[in-house]
Write a protein that binds this ligand. Structure first.
Ligand SMILES: [Zn+2]
Length: 103
């Protein structure tokens, strides 16, 4: 296959914009509610929500103290996590009952 990958990877015009943003590398999330660190980073995977949960709740982790919280509200995600687990559990049980009733 000669001439492969002609337009596969186009140069990103956003590159200059990204460099500008790097100068003031303040996180896009609210500062840590515990230590005030503003470098919180997105959490992509958690035991309780897989890949979906953390992105649903803007789940971020503070690199300073390790606290995880909602990057948009600055509040703990514990309530949301609990609801997520309970709802997930109910849906699971509901599906199980549904499947069992169909047998
Ligand atoms: Zn912190």
């Amino acid at each position: 296959m000669p001439g492969r990958g002609a337009a596969a990877r186009r140069a990103q015009p956003v590159e200059s914009l990204g460099a500008e943003q790097k100068e003031r590398r303040v996180s896009q999330y609210v500062p840590c509610p515990r230590c005030g660190c503003d470098q919180a980073a997105k959490v992509s995977f958690t035991w309780w929500g897989g890949f979906l949960g953390p992105s649903l709740f803007h789940h971020v982790r503070c690199p300073g103290c390790g606290t995880t919280f909602n990057g948009q509200t600055g509040r703990s995600n514990n309530t949301a996590i609990t609801v997520y687990l309970v709802v997930g559990g109910c849906v699971g049980v509901g599906l199980l009952i549904l499947i069992l009733s169909l047998l």
